[in-house]
Design a binder for this molecule. Structure first.
Ligand code: SF4
Length: 362
């Protein structure tokens, strides 16, 4: 390894060329990158992993993203929507398991009944043990007014993935019609930040047509947007989607996994105190994927709490990992897997982004 490479690993501000150099690291260089990212994470955040109990509220979606199994154009999926009681019992379970936070995720809907129901559910979840659960929402693009209503109801983190920060690539994976707008996605992220949400975004890694330049620009976009959290995961082709036709342009699973790890590691160097999710998609392409993501710099895991009978209908991508695990099995499995890599779960805490809380304190 050249001294120049070692120096880049220690630079506080990386430029586009340096990011690209790190994203192309292989062999000893890749090991050095991952080692450095772990060192930075342990120094700035410690070895704690935060949990968000994932509640997949429903799979009805108004959008038609070309990569996603929940797209409205997919007639091969049985649609569902959890009842209030089902959502609340998942939230109570999260509290009993000591998860500290829940994440409510769903296909995108903007009808008044949906907006009011989410607002009501957030208020009800906040009543559990005097507001002890933190709430993340991941419910797509909404109006300023809706974001404000849900924030005032008590949710405080919002994840809205940009999927690609390059407009041209964005429109290769989203149809160019009135329902999908790159500019609107950016405007939504800005609106969330303005309102005061801990705002998160992210991208898929290994998309057809995606280059190292696109990925470097994604990392610079996260930095420029000054987001509090990021979710990165490998793209997994879904057979019931239009993008599946281009699967020959998708790199092999091992390459997508390695690139995801490099993305996580480089971002940890660039934004040492943000929260980063070790996405379940990592586990789907590699049985050790989530642990590898944690060891590369991620610090959040989202164990699934969705009732078992609905899980197989929430296939954004196929062969999702841990679909059959019960929540109690999942918790002990995570404890063991994380201990094996020198990490531990921080139970009964919201696990907010340090980058965000520091800024909020001024
Ligand atoms: S990615 Fe989200 S918005 Fe797009 S089709 Fe899937 S669930 Fe709907």
């Amino acid at each position: 390894m050249t001294p120049a490479f070692e120096d880049i690993l220690r630079k506080p501000d990386l430029d586009r060329e340096e990011i690209k150099l790190l994203l192309s690291a292989e062999g000893d260089r890749m090991k050095a990158l991952l080692r450095r990212a772990l060192e930075v994470k342990l120094a700035r955040l410690d070895n704690c992993v935060h949990l968000r109990g994932l509640i997949e509220y429903g799979n009805v979606c108004e959008k038609d993203c070309l990569y996603c199994g929940l797209r409205s154009g997919n007639g091969n999926v049985e649609r569902y929507c959890l009842s209030d009681e089902e959502v609340l019992s998942c939230a109570r379970l999260a509290h009993e398991l000591g998860y500290g936070s829940v994440a409510l995720q769903s296909g995108e809907r903007s009808d008044p009944a949906f907006i009011a129901k989410i607002e009501r559910l957030v208020r009800e979840i906040k009543k559990i043990d005097g507001g002890s659960l933190g709430i993340t929402l991941s419910l797509g693009e909404q109006s300023d007014d809706t974001y404000r209503r849900w924030f005032e109801a008590g949710a405080h983190r919002y994840l809205l993935r940009i999927e690609s920060s390059t407009e041209e690539l964005y429109y290769k994976i989203h149809p160019r019609n009135g329902k999908h707008s790159f500019q609107k996605r950016i405007a939504c992220l800005e609106s969330l930040k303005r309102i005061g949400w801990q705002t998160g975004t992210g991208v898929m890694v290994g998309l057809p047509f995606q280059t190292q330049d696109h990925l470097a620009d994604d990392l610079l976009f996260f930095k420029r947007m000054d987001v509090a959290m990021v979710g990165l995961g490998p793209y997994i082709p879904h057979p019931d989607t239009p993008l599946y036709r281009l699967r020959d342009l998708v790199p092999p699973a091992a390459e997508r996994m390695d690139m995801t790890l490099r993305m996580i590691a480089v971002l940890r160097l660039m934004m040492p105190e943000i929260n980063m999710v070790a996405a379940t998609a990592n586990q789907t392409v590699d049985p050790q994927g989530r642990e590898k993501a944690i060891a590369a710099g991620a610090n959040v895991i989202m164990p699934n709490l969705t009732p078992g009978e609905y899980r197989e209908s929430y296939f954004i991508y196929p062969d999702k990992a841990c679909v059959k695990d019960r929540p109690d099995q999942c918790r002990s499995c995570l404890d063991i897997r994380l201990a094996a890599i020198g990490h531990r779960i921080q139970y009964n805490a919201w696990g907010d982004s340090l980058a965000f809380t520091k800024k909020a304190k001024g």
